[in-house]
Every structure is written in C-alpha cells, then in structure tokens.
Design a protein around this ligand. Structure first.
Ligand SMILES: Cc1ncc(COP(=O)(O)O)c(C=O)c1O
Length: 383
C-alpha cells in the first residue's frame, strides 16, 4: 500500500530523524484530503447546520448530511440509523444512560469504555471468551457488550456467531458491539453482523478527533429516550411539554462537531478508495512479517493469537514496558505502554502492563524493522 505521501506528518523529522508511528490503535494519522476538507468548511462555508436558510448554512448542512450517508454506506446501514456523537466512549455512554439496562454481560476483552459505563449503571457479569456464553447469560440479561477487535490482543471476534448464540439464549437481549478497532481496519457490514448497536470513532479511521458514531436499529432508536436535551433535537417546545425530532437528530442535541463530521466523510472517501479488503490485506501482511521478526528479539512475548488485527501488546524479559516506550522514543519510534484502557484484561492475563505497537495503512515493513532494531538495542542494554 503506497500511501505515505498522503500523510503530511510522515514527512516530519524530529532531532534530524524521521518518525516511526506505531500507535494507530490510539489514534490514526490524517491524510491531506481530510485536513483539506476540514479547512474547506472553516474557510468556505462556516455556518451552523439546520438553522440558516442562507447559502453557506445550506452548504454546511448538505456536507454534514452527506457525511452521514457516506458513513452509512461504509458499514452497510441507512443514514437515519447513524447518530453522530463525540467518540466511541460517548456512543456507549449514550446507550448505557438511555437504555439503563438492569443486567449486562461484557467480555473480559473490553476497553474501559465498553465496561465502566455498564459496571457503574447496571449489574455487570464478565464473560471470558474461553467459556461458553450460556455460562454467564440468563433470560434476564438485557445487554451483551462485546468488542469486535481487542485493542490489546488484536483478536478478531466472531460477532455474527456471538449474536446468533446470544439471541438463541435470550432473543430480547440487545447486543452492543464496540467496533472502534474493527471499522477502521476491515470491511464491516452491520446488517450481516445482526447486532443491535455498533459504536466507533472517527479519529481511529483517518478522521478528526471529537467525532464518534453510533449505529442502532431504527426501531430501537425510535423507542429510546434521548441522552442529551437541548436545541436541534426538538421539533416543538412548549412551556409544559416537548416533542423530539425523529432519530438520529433526537440524539444530536446542540451544535455538533460540524467540521469533524465533514472531515470524517472525507476519511470514509479515502478508505473507500483504498478498499477495505486491501486495508485488511495490507495489515495481514504486516502481521505475519511482525510475528516472524519478533522471534529475533530474545525474551519478547506478545499476547493474543497469530491471526489478528495489526496490533501487538508485548512484554520483554527484565524490561518495564514504560522503559521500552521511553527508549524507543529516543529514536522517534512511537509505541504505547501501560494497560491500554483494558485493566481487567491485563489483570486476567496476569500482566501489569504491556508495550504496544500498532499498524495502519501507512505502516511499512521498514517501520517494523526499525522497531525490531530498537528492541534489540534495548535487549542489549538490559541484559
Ligand atoms: C476497542 C476500543 N474501544 C473503545 C475505545 C475508545 O475510543 P474513544 O477514546 O475514541 O472513545 C478505544 C480507544 O482506544 C478502543 O481501542
């Protein structure tokens, strides 16, 4: 995949050295087309959406709604099922507050954003994917919360099978999929998955920060209470009562992140042009290359399976993950260290922290070579 020239940040040198960005799981770099599209809104048609009957407001509204259509097409949904939020985290909080379920099952793989809201607002039972689903579900389970791809182990969960099993046990149980690490990296078809809600973030898929997506089944969105109240989400307000707009607008109170949503539309255009099958294929190649190269680093262990998304959380004998990240940083090799907002999973694995390297469309085998060299250097330093 020859796209590096599209990403301005990759031309940057720090202290005379190029940068090796291996933290795309946390956030992705942005291509020029996304940056230009955001600038276009700010320089050409800055105006609020839905409010004005003048040209620039109509242009902004049209671009904003076009982005909704693009996102819908990208995940095989319809535009009125796409709610724009601030992040995956906000999408999941919206569900937790609006649905207010009594009993929730969430997997041990979850990022805190698909764990803590349920833990705080409901009775939470944790599912270990090594165990059968019916060991944790009852006919009272209201929500089954599951990640499509772990941001630590990179495991790709069989969502379609999980949906079938969960609905087989309790047809009324709603299935919430955290797709923050799936939608950016592989083809996703929400209709094929058969889940009820799917959440993801713009900034992990080449778009700007501050925009998230919640896809929900139309009927469920219609039945749900709004999460935020205020302007834009109403059709009538009287002293004694308010009539809300239809979804998705019912869930988009106040002025949205207009430039961000329009930028996300450009990111979707960019990924669509690359083709999500090609994005996945590129990552598969990088994953097999990395697994082969990791064997050259003595004492390195990564967690999770070989067939996975392009993210590796790993440990090295005698070296703390924070030291790994800090020493690699001296050579402008950027990786993450810590628990990656998945503390229950780290506890389950019996590891306090890991270092994490993650890939995306602009990652090359040379980036992985640089990482391996850096790790070998660290290995010598600590042996
Ligand atoms: C699997 C997963 N879920 C949820 C999130 C939260 O995304 P955001 O911070 O954009 O809300 C992340 C971010 O790293 C993630 O990797």
């Amino acid at each position: 995949m020859n796209v590096r020239a599209d990403f301005p940040q990759l031309t940057r040198f720090i202290n005379g050295k190029p940068i090796v960005y291996l933290d795309s799981t946390a956030t992705s770099l942005k291509p020029r087309s996304v940056i230009d599209k955001i600038n276009e809104y700010y320089t050409q048609y800055t105006a609020n959406v839905f409010r004005g009957i003048y040209t620039t407001s109509e242009e902004a509204t049209s671009e904003y709604e076009k982005a909704r259509e693009k996102v819908a097409t990208f995940i095989h949904a319809t535009p009125h099922e796409i709610v724009f939020t601030r992040s995956t985290t906000e999408s999941l909080n919206l569900l937790a507050y609006s649905l207010h379920p009594k009993e929730v099952v969430a997997s041990i793989l979850e990022h805190h954003s698909n764990f803590v809201p349920w833990q705080q607002l409901s009775y939470l039972t944790v599912w270990d994917p090594e165990k059968p689903i019916d060991s944790v579900m009852t006919n009272k389970t209201d929500i089954f919360a599951i990640t499509a791809v772990s941001n630590v182990t990179g495991i790709i969960m069989p969502i379609k099978d999980i949906v079938r099993t969960v609905k087989g046990i309790n047809p009324k149980c709603l299935i919430v999929v955290d797709a923050a690490q799936a939608v950016p990296h592989m083809p996703v078809d929400v209709a094929d998955w058969g889940a009820d809600f799917v959440a993801f973030s713009s900034h992990k898929m080449l778009g700007p920060t501050g925009v998230g997506v919640l896809w929900g089944r139309r009927q469920l969105l219609e039945e749900m209470k709004p999460f935020n109240y205020g302007g834009e989400m109403i059709s009538e307000v009287h002293v004694d009562r308010t009539v809300f707009k239809e979804p998705p607008h019912k869930f988009e109170a106040g002025t949205p992140h207009i430039a961000g949503v329009i930028g996300l539309g450009a990111a979707v255009d960019y990924l669509t042009k690359l083709g999500m099958d090609n994005v996945r294929k590129h990552e598969e190649e990088l994953v097999s290359y990395a697994i082969k190269k990791f064997k050259e680093v003595r004492g390195l262990r990564f967690v999770g399976p070989d067939i996975r998304s392009g993210v590796f959380a790993f440990t090295m004998e005698k070296v703390h993950p924070h030291d790994i990240a800090q020493i690699l940083n001296e050579d402008n090799i950027f990786v993450r260290a810590g628990n990656h907002c998945a503390m229950p999973l780290h506890e389950h694995l019996g590891i306090v922290a890991t270092a994490r390297a993650s890939f995306y469309v602009y990652t090359t085998k040379e980036d992985i070579d640089a990482l391996i060299l850096g790790l070998q250097k660290i290995q010598k330093l600590f042996s």
